[in-house]
Design a protein around this ligand. Structure first.
Ligand code: GDP
Ligand code: IMO
Ligand code: MG
Length: 441
């Protein structure tokens, strides 16, 4: 079967967790390739809500192998906390979870460095999750990072830590921040090493071998394409490649191994943190979306900014990811609206733009041009037959498909697995439908 990337096409929180969990039965391996515990992927299982941050959202299915690639920024304490919270779901994962030895660690000085950087930016702050993700990737690129594999030899770890602590503390003191106690960090991480060393492995080799045996992989994106370090709305982005290009480098596989990229897209738009957001709606309608969609960050609890569907933004995302098939989520949140605006282009300095400009200094000044769509005013949640979907909703889907030049192949209408409409013809050859449908309970 195909190896498929499932990633977000907007600014995150599109519902990736629900979709990855839903599609997991159709794959053998679920792999995270970037990001860290800044991600918050929600899965709801018969009324119980589970939020995955670092561990792939396939973990709840017993028997599925889950891997964390070298492209991930890895916090051992976040991992251990999450692993403990997962006890009782999907059975033990001691023998089905592997962490790449090449993943970079998040150390206690990283959140401190982030706090200093954000404070210095003042009003121009990025509004990060404050978890040390950016500074961990900064050290990676500066070639002074410490990797998960370094925990396998505590002498190596100590040597690298000592060098880093001296440098970081000099910076912290200059900025008026207290120094970090290197010995304390060493002891904490020696403890983590004892608990996580059993999971550390060569993810690239493992995937190579498994794919050679005919096993299929679902690659799970974190964040969203518009938060990608290269292709997002820089600098209001995260510090990794959330786009499909990150899959190969973030796992140590060749791009030829990727058969398909599924783009998860919310029927409207949300964003957490600072940065441009042309279709943001702060009136009563925006508040209604926020309330109905429960739009609060799954990681930080911050309210998510809400707005209408931005077709040029999603079309851009489809281009940079090679997306031809979309998974549409949360249209049920729009059930109550008489009319739903969809942005189909922008006006900028007297001329019209049909393409998404990722530069914030342009995006901040564009005025969206909207097509008014008729609301369907029908609860979508329990509709399981594609032929019974309201005509106005089918028009909404058609407009999205035409504007972004990709086909919708799955519609999610609620938090549970069963709240899902699989468009079987469009999914043929992409996922093993038989295996996915068996778990649709
Ligand atoms: P992720 O980061 O992309 O995995 O998304 P989050 O989990 O941060 O946010 C998506 C939220 O929407 C979660 O609370 C999900 O349970 C919920 N959700 C996902 N799909 C649907 C849907 O189709 N309808 C509704 N009403 N909620 C959904
Ligand atoms: P999931 O995987 C939404 C945002 C932060 C901030 C910016 C940079 O659940 O979709 P960082 O801490 O990564 O340096 O913050 O990115 N951000 C997310 N927004 N969903 C996420 O993850 C996010 N991960 C980071 O709010 O604006
Ligand atoms: Mg999320």
């Amino acid at each position: 079967m195909a190896n498929v990337v499932v990633l977000g096409t907007q600014w995150g929180d599109e519902g990736k967790g629900k979709i990855v969990d839903l599609l997991t039965p159709g794959f053998d391996i679920i792999a995270r390739y970037q990001g860290g515990h800044n991600a918050g992927h929600t899965v709801c299982l018969r009324g119980r809500k589970i939020v995955l941050h670092l561990i792939p959202s396939g973990i709840l299915h017993s028997g599925k192998l889950c891997v964390i690639g070298n492209g991930v920024a890895f916090s051992p304490s976040a991992f251990l906390k999450e692993a403990a919270a997962l006890e009782g779901f999907g059975g033990s994962f001691d023998d089905r979870l592997v962490i790449s030895r090449g993943a970079h660690l998040i150390l206690p000085y990283h959140p401190v460095a982030e706090k200093i950087a954000e404070e210095r930016k003042g009003a121009k702050k990025i509004g990060t999750t404050s978890l040390g993700i950016g500074p961990s990737y900064e050290d990676k690129v500066a070639r002074c990072g410490i990797r998960v594999g370094d925990l396998l030899d505590l002498e190596v770890f100590r040597e690298k830590l000592t060098l880093n602590i001296a440098e970081k503390n000099a910076l912290f003191q200059a900025a008026g921040f207290p120094a970090v106690d290197g010995e304390e960090v060493y002891r904490e991480f020696a403890g983590h090493a004892a608990r996580i060393s059993k999971y550390i492995g060569d993810v690239s080799l493992l995937l190579h071998r498994k794919m050679g045996e005919g096993k299929s992989v679902l690659f799970e994106g974190a964040q969203g394409a518009l938060l990608d370090i290269d292709h997002g709305t820089y600098p209001f982005v995260t510090s990794s490649n959330s786009t499909a290009g990150g899959v190969a480098t973030g796992l140590g596989i060749g791009p030829t191994r990727i058969d398909e990229v599924l783009g998860v897209v919310k029927a409207y738009t949300t964003r957490v943190g600072s940065g441009p957001f042309p279709t943001e709606t702060q009136d009563d309608r925006g508040r209604l979306i926020s309330e109905r969609g429960n739009e609060f960050g799954a990681t930080t609890g911050r309210p998510r900014r809400c707005g209408w569907f931005d077709a040029p933004a999603v079309a851009y995302s489809c281009r940079v990811n090679g997306i031809e098939r979309l998974v549409l989520t949360k249209p049920d949140i729009l059930d109550v609206f008489e009319e739903i605006p969809v942005c189909i282009g922008y006006d900028y300095k007297g001329s019209s733009l049909s393409l998404f400009p990722p530069e914030p200094w342009i995006l901040e000044k564009v005025v969206p041009r909207y097509r008014m769509m008729k609301g369907w005013k029908t609860p979508l949640q329990h509709l399981t037959d594609r032929r019974r979907l309201p005509a106005a909703f089918l028009d909404y889907i058609k407009l999205i498909e035409d504007e972004v030049e990709a086909r919708v192949c799955l519609v999610s209408t609620g938090v549970e697995r069963k709240d899902s409409l699989l468009f079987e013809e469009e999914l043929e050859g992409v996922v093993d439908l038989g295996r996915v449908k068996k778990d649709l309970v």
